[in-house]
Design a protein around this ligand. Structure first.
Ligand code: HEC
Ligand code: HEC
Length: 333
């Protein structure tokens, strides 16, 4: 008898849990009717260590980290310009043309790999790459540390923030990474909508999202960063590179793996704040959002989008522009 009651209790329990789960799903979909959950909102706050982030910010803005004191990280990653430099391709420390477009540093914490071809798994690894690259002057984090050791202000600051070992390569990379983890842009209109502000998105913008979803853009550009979460070939449906003079940059992930199948494979870029990060693509060869969307339709999906559909998709993409320190990134442009 006792046994029977236990089983009845278990069954009732399972029934109740199932009901709660169903109710939960229903209310979640009700509150975000236009998003099937493939795009996740950016949290309103971060929980990074504020002292490390403040030190990282100082370092990020200090040209003394580069060879010859030429470039700060912030020279190319300008936070009031969408987190990039607005150029088609970066200019190196020696004034030469780079082969890559500068991506934004905003929300880079949400990318599964860093850089266009995705060779780096963490922001710390990426920073080593940034120091070593000719664009930063072919220096190393160790050389930067030796320079900073001669600046008393940094010795004191590192000792205060990292009491155990002060100014070291690891702590330099950590401070830069922690600061970059604080560079998130919440509160984009598209993120406000599921939070309950139904006026945040217009009918056109909603239609643009539906086109983006129904045509399958969302199969690659999804998740918290509306991208940044997988590798994909550029030119799935249409050879994109055959009629062009290709550069080392066009080889994509192949440069890291040497595998034939990785030729022209890139990390799918984030579309957050894409409104303010023109020009586009890994080589900055596309100057407008309209042209980026049209090209994507052709080469990734094998479709010719009408100009009306392109305009609606662009309207949706502009709802992904978020805020940094309470101010819309679109405001500075
Ligand atoms: C001369 C311009 C320039 C400077 C200076 C520079 N960067 Fe970059 N940054 C770039 C370019 C170009 C890329 C893309 C490189 C690639 O994809 O191979 C990049 C990529 C990145 C990325 C990856 C973002 C993403 O979406 O994948 C991060 C993070 C970053 N840089 C941080 C830094 C930090 C930290 C510093 C300073 C230590 C720095 N950058 C200095 C131009 C620059
Ligand atoms: C198969 C995966 C895939 C699909 C589907 C796809 N994209 Fe992309 N998207 C990419 C990749 C990879 C890039 C990087 C291209 C490059 O750098 O040369 C990119 C780049 C972009 C860019 C430029 C971003 C920047 O910062 O330079 C935009 C805008 C864009 N896509 C929008 C779209 C839209 C709109 C659709 C649907 C019409 C779409 N994408 C479909 C993978 C995809």
């Amino acid at each position: 008898m006792v046994k029977f009651d236990v089983w009845r209790a278990v069954l009732v329990g399972i029934f109740l849990v199932a009901c709660m789960a169903l109710a939960g799903t229903a209310s979640a979909t009700e509150s975000r009717p236009q998003n099937d959950g493939s795009i996740l909102p950016i949290p309103l706050t971060t929980n990074v260590d504020p002292d490390r982030a403040a030190l990282g910010e100082k370092l990020f803005n200090d040209p003394r980290l580069s060879r010859g004191d030429v470039f700060a990280c912030a020279t190319c990653h300008q936070l009031d310009q969408g987190g990039d430099d607005g150029l088609a391709r970066a200019v190196t420390n020696k004034g030469h043309a780079d082969i890559f477009n500068t991506p934004t540093v905003f929300n880079s914490v949400y990318n599964f790999r860093q850089n266009w071809a995705g060779p780096f798994r963490t922001l710390e690894e990426q920073a080593i790459g940034a120091f070593t690259n000719p664009r930063h002057g072919n220096t190393t984090p160790a050389a930067a540390v030796r320079k900073l050791q001669r600046i008393p202000e940094y010795q004191i600051a590192f000792k205060a923030v990292y009491p155990t070992d002060g100014l070291t390569v690891d702590n330099l990379l950590n401070a830069l990474a922690v600061y970059q983890k604080s560079l998130i842009t919440p509160n984009a209109p598209f993120d406000q909508f599921p939070r309950g502000d139904s006026a945040a998105i217009s009918a056109d913008e909603k239609m643009g999202f539906e086109l983006f979803r129904d045509h399958g853009c969302i199969s690659c550009h999804l998740g918290r960063n509306v991208g940044g979460g997988m590798f994909q070939k550029v030119g799935v449906h249409l050879q994109y590179f055959t009629d062009r003079k290709t550069t080392q940059a066009d080889l994509g992930r192949y440069t890291a793996t040497g595998k034939e199948e990785d030729k022209h494979v890139f990390r799918v870029p984030s579309l957050r704040n894409v409104e303010v990060t023109a020009p586009y693509f890994h080589d900055g060869s596309i100057s407008t959002l309209e042209s980026a969307v049209t090209t994507m339709g052709k080469i990734q999906l094998g479709i010719d989008l009408s100009s009306d559909d392109v305009a609606l998709i662009v309207k949706f993409l502009k709802t992904l522009t978020g805020e940094f320190r309470g101010r819309s990134l679109a405001a500075g442009k």
